[in-house]
Design a binder for this molecule. Structure first.
Ligand SMILES: Nc1ncnc2c1ncn2[C@@H]1O[C@H](COP(=O)(O)OP(=O)(O)OP(=O)(O)O)[C@@H](O)[C@H]1O
Length: 292
């Protein structure tokens, strides 16, 4: 199956500072991919490279099997600031969408506008932030893309609207051949809607893969204090912490853990994400918002 997103040695530099470094990714089609990471990690940079709005400073990126930016009819993109034209009405946006997109689904667009109670005659500049986001998302979905890329699509939505939007997205993925890559700060949204995870921190991909597989291969082990060098080589340490007598490791391994000295526990998605982000949640300065 074609990869929706494939990156090799991908990097982007703004001036002298790298915003994305050595990015290796291969995301298969048919997934809802959650791209998570703290502010400034490089998420928008990666998504902008994927849609061809930025060009790489190093390496390459392909989308749907072709160079990024060359498949615009098949790729929908909703940028972080949910761009709309302030002076145009909601109806104008739909007309524009219909004119610019060969696979435009007018009935889907009308249905969503009605359901969201958006006034067709209202100028976009007079909509609330959340309504503007919904309009931009409607345009993205009605384009009927093969790949929909959404940069923090639900950030401006209220909790109910957020849940409904993610539900719509999952239905669209189930009904049509749609793959989605969305960035989010909310682990709960990723948990609800995504089946594939990419964690990006400090301009590097820390981990990527199907969420079920990641959860089945990561464990917390706790037991009498032991040095990392004394763990088997097939147990890859993600994080380690020690007291005088006890060690706790978060490890990735494909093999069963038989050592009776360890108490083994499964991880939640939140544990896993936070472990790769390299630190615990600090209430006074959260790096990743966790909502239940
Ligand atoms: N146009 C630009 N010029 C210079 N530096 C930039 C530019 N855009 C982004 N950066 C820098 O690149 C780094 C990555 O930014 P990016 O917007 O990709 O992060 P992000 O993970 O999307 O963050 P957020 O979650 O806050 O949206 C940051 O350090 C940012 O300051």
């Amino acid at each position: 199956m074609t990869s929706v997103l494939q990156a090799h040695g991908l990097g982007k530099k703004y001036g002298r500072r790298w915003a994305l470094t050595d990015c290796e990714l291969e995301v298969p089609a048919g997934h809802v991919v959650g791209l998570v990471g703290p502010n400034g990690a490089g998420k928008s940079t990666l998504l902008n490279l994927a849609v061809g709005m930025l060009s790489p400073s190093a390496g390459s990126v392909e989308v749907l099997g072709a160079a990024a930016g060359t498949q615009q009819a098949k790729v929908g993109y909703v940028a972080q600031d949910t761009p709309t034209y302030g002076r145009l009405t909601v109806a104008d946006h739909l007309k524009l969408g219909a004119r610019l997109n060969p696979a435009w689904d007018e009935s889907l667009a009308q249905q969503r506008v009605q359901h969201l109670k958006l006034d067709l005659k209202q100028r976009a500049g007079r909509l609330s932030g959340g309504q503007r986001a919904q309009l931009a998302l409607t345009l993205g979905l009605a384009k009927r893309p093969e790949l929909l890329i959404l940069d923090e699509p639900v950030a401006a939505l209220d909790p109910l609207a957020r849940r409904e939007f993610l539900q719509d997205l999952m239905e669209a993925v189930a009904e049509q051949e749609l793959s989605v890559v969305l960035s989010s700060h909310l682990v709960s949204d990723v948990e609800r809607a995504c089946d594939y995870l990419i964690v990006l921190v400090d301009s590097r991909v820390q981990v990527s893969g199907e969420i079920d597989t990641l959860l089945a291969t990561h464990f917390r082990i706790t037991g009498p204090r032991r040095d990392q060098k004394d763990l088997p080589r097939y147990q890859h340490v993600v994080t380690a912490s020690h007291t005088d007598r006890q060690s706790t490791y978060l490890i990735r391994t494909e093999r069963p853990i038989h050592d009776p000295a360890w108490t083994v526990s499964q991880l939640t998605l939140e544990d896993l994400v936070l472990a790769y982000m390299g630190r615990d949640v600090q209430p006074e300065r959260p790096v990743l918002e966790v909502q239940r």
